[in-house]
Write a protein that binds this ligand. Structure first.
Ligand SMILES: Nc1nc2c(ncn2[C@@H]2O[C@H](COP(=O)(O)OP(=O)(O)OP(=O)(O)O)[C@@H](O)[C@H]2O)c(=O)[nH]1
Ligand SMILES: C[S@@+](CC[C@H](N)C(=O)[O-])C[C@H]1O[C@@H](n2cnc3c(N)ncnc32)[C@H](O)[C@@H]1O
Ligand code: SF4
Ligand code: SF4
Length: 335
C-alpha cells in the first residue's frame, strides 16, 4: 500500500477510491421515495461549495487515492455551472460519471462528450407516462425517454436505476428486463431504502429474492461474474442469452454490500459522510475556506466508519437499517 492510500483506508482494510459529490440539494422532480412531500430546508446558497471549492476538495481526495468521482444531487445537471465543474474535475486523474434523472441531458450532452463523461446512470422508475407523473410529481416522462435514446445514440454507457416500490412498479419488473433485449443498457432494480421523510416501510420494499424469483419464471438467467475493477459495484448483475443489455439488483436492505464498500460522500454543503446511513458528518468546507488542511479530517472520518451500516449486526442478516432521525433526506445526500 502506498502512503497516499493510507488516509482513505479504514480499519477493515477498505480502500475508499470512489467519491460521490452532491452538487446541489435542489431537483426538477419530486420523487416521493427521495424527498419529503413538503420539501426540505435548503442550505443557504453561500454554504454550498462553489465550482472552485468542489475542485479543490476533490483534488485532495484524488491526491490520496480517489480515482472515481460520481456527480449527483439533487439533480446535478441543474447546476448552472455544471460545465465549469466538469471541466475543472476533468483535469484530475479520475473517472468521472454522473447520476441523473435525465431531463437535462440534451442541454449538457456536448459538455459530457467533450470531457469524456461516458458513464451515465439514469433514474427511471416506470415505463408508463402517467405513473411517472405520479411518482415524480412532474410530467417529464417523454423527455427522459428521448434523452435515454440520445445517450445511447451517442454511445454513452447507460445504467437505468429503478427504485422498486410494492404496488407501484413491481408489476413492471419483467417489462424493464425485456427492455434490455434490444437496448444495450444495464437496468438496476434498487431495494427501496429508508430516509428522512420518505415514508419507508419494509412492506413497500421489493427484495432481491422476490425480484430474482419473478424474473426466473420468465427467463433463464446467468449471473455475470464481476471483473476485478467491478468488485466494489453496488449491484449483482444477470444476463439473459441473446439480450443486448443486462439487469442487476442493488440489495442495500436484504443483502448489503458493506464489506466491499469503497464509497465516501461529499454533500453539496461540503460535509463528508462515511456511510449513506450514517448521521455523523465532517465539515470540510469551512476549514478548506480557511486555508487549513483537510486531510486529517478525512482520515478521521474514514477511521470512524463502521464495518456495516447502521442497524446491522452482521453482514448478511436480514435486519432493517436504523433510520437516524437526524440523517438527511436522500435528495440532500445524493444516493
Ligand atoms: N447502501 C448503499 N447504496 C448505495 C451506495 N452507493 C450507491 N448506492 C445506491 O445505489 C443506487 C444507484 O446509485 P448510483 O448513483 O447509480 O451509483 P452506483 O450504483 O455506485 O453506480 P456505479 O458506479 O455505476 O456502480 C442508489 O439508490 C444509491 O443510493 C452505497 O455505498 N451503499
Ligand atoms: C438521490 S438521486 C440523485 C441523482 C438524480 N437526481 C437521480 O435521480 O438520478 C440518486 C439515486 O438515488 C436513488 N434513490 C433515491 N431515493 C432512494 C431510496 N429511498 N431508496 C433507494 N434509492 C433511492 C435514485 O433513484 C437515484 O438513482
Ligand atoms: S431521485 Fe433524483 S430526480 Fe428524484 S427527487 Fe431525488 S434527486 Fe430528484
Ligand atoms: S451502507 Fe454504508 S457502509 Fe454499507 S455499502 Fe452503503 S455506504 Fe458503504
Amino acid at each position: 500500500m502506498t502512503a497516499s492510500n493510507t488516509i482513505l483506508t479504514d480499519g477493515f482494510g477498505r480502500r475508499h477510491n470512489y467519491l460521490r459529490i452532491s452538487l446541489l440539494e435542489k431537483c426538477n422532480l419530486r420523487c416521493t421515495y427521495c424527498m419529503p412531500a413538503d420539501g426540505i430546508v435548503l442550505s443557504p446558497k453561500a454554504s454550498l461549495m462553489t465550482a472552485d471549492e468542489i475542485f479543490g476538495i476533490a483534488q485532495t481526495f484524488a491526491q490520496n487515492g480517489v480515482d472515481k468521482i460520481r456527480l449527483t444531487g439533487g439533480e446535478p445537471l441543474l447546476r448552472k455551472d455544471f460545465p465549469e465543474i466538469v471541466s475543472k474535475l476533468a483535469v484530475l486523474d479520475v473517472s468521472l460519471s454522473v447520476t441523473t434523472n435525465g431531463i437535462l441531458i440534451d442541454r449538457h450532452i456536448d459538455v459530457l462528450k467533450q470531457f469524456n463523461v461516458k458513464k451515465i446512470n439514469l433514474s427511471l422508475d416506470t415505463l408508463v407516462s402517467s405513473k411517472f407523473a405520479s411518482i415524480t410529481l412532474r410530467n417529464q416522462f417523454e423527455k427522459v425517454i428521448d434523452n435515454l435514446h440520445l445517450l445511447l445514440n451517442n454511445d454513452f454507457q447507460v445504467k437505468v436505476n429503478v427504485v422498486l416500490i410494492k404496488g407501484f412498479n413491481d408489476n413492471e419488473i419483467v417489462d424493464f428486463v425485456k427492455l434490455t433485449q434490444f437496448l444495450p443498457i444495464s437496468v438496476r432494480f434498487i431495494e427501496f431504502m429508508p430516509f428522512a421523510g420518505n415514508e419507508w416501510d419494509r412492506s413497500k420494499m421489493v427484495s432481491q429474492n422476490e425480484i430474482l424469483s419473478l424474473v426466473e419464471t420468465q427467463f433463464s438467467l446467468e449471473e455475470i461474474q464481476k471483473l476485478e475493477d467491478e468488485k466494489n459495484f453496488t449491484s449483482r448483475n444477470y444476463k439473459i442469452k441473446g439480450f443486448q443489455g443486462d439487469f442487476g439488483i442493488i440489495s442495500s436492505i436484504t443483502n448489503p454490500f458493506c464489506d466491499s464498500c469503497n464509497r465516501i460522500r461529499l454533500t453539496a454543503d461540503g460535509k463528508i459522510k462515511n456511510c449513506l446511513f450514517s448521521n455523523s458528518e465532517t465539515d470540510l468546507l469551512t476549514p478548506f475556506r480557511n486555508g487549513e488542511s483537510i486531510e486529517n479530517l478525512i482520515s478521521e472520518s474514514i477511521q470512524n466508519k463502521k464495518r456495516v451500516r447502521a442497524g446491522m449486526s452482521g453482514i448478511n442478516e436480514i435486519n432493517d437499517p436504523v433510520l437516524h432521525s437526524d440523517n438527511r433526506s436522500m435528495i440532500a445526500i445524493g444516493g
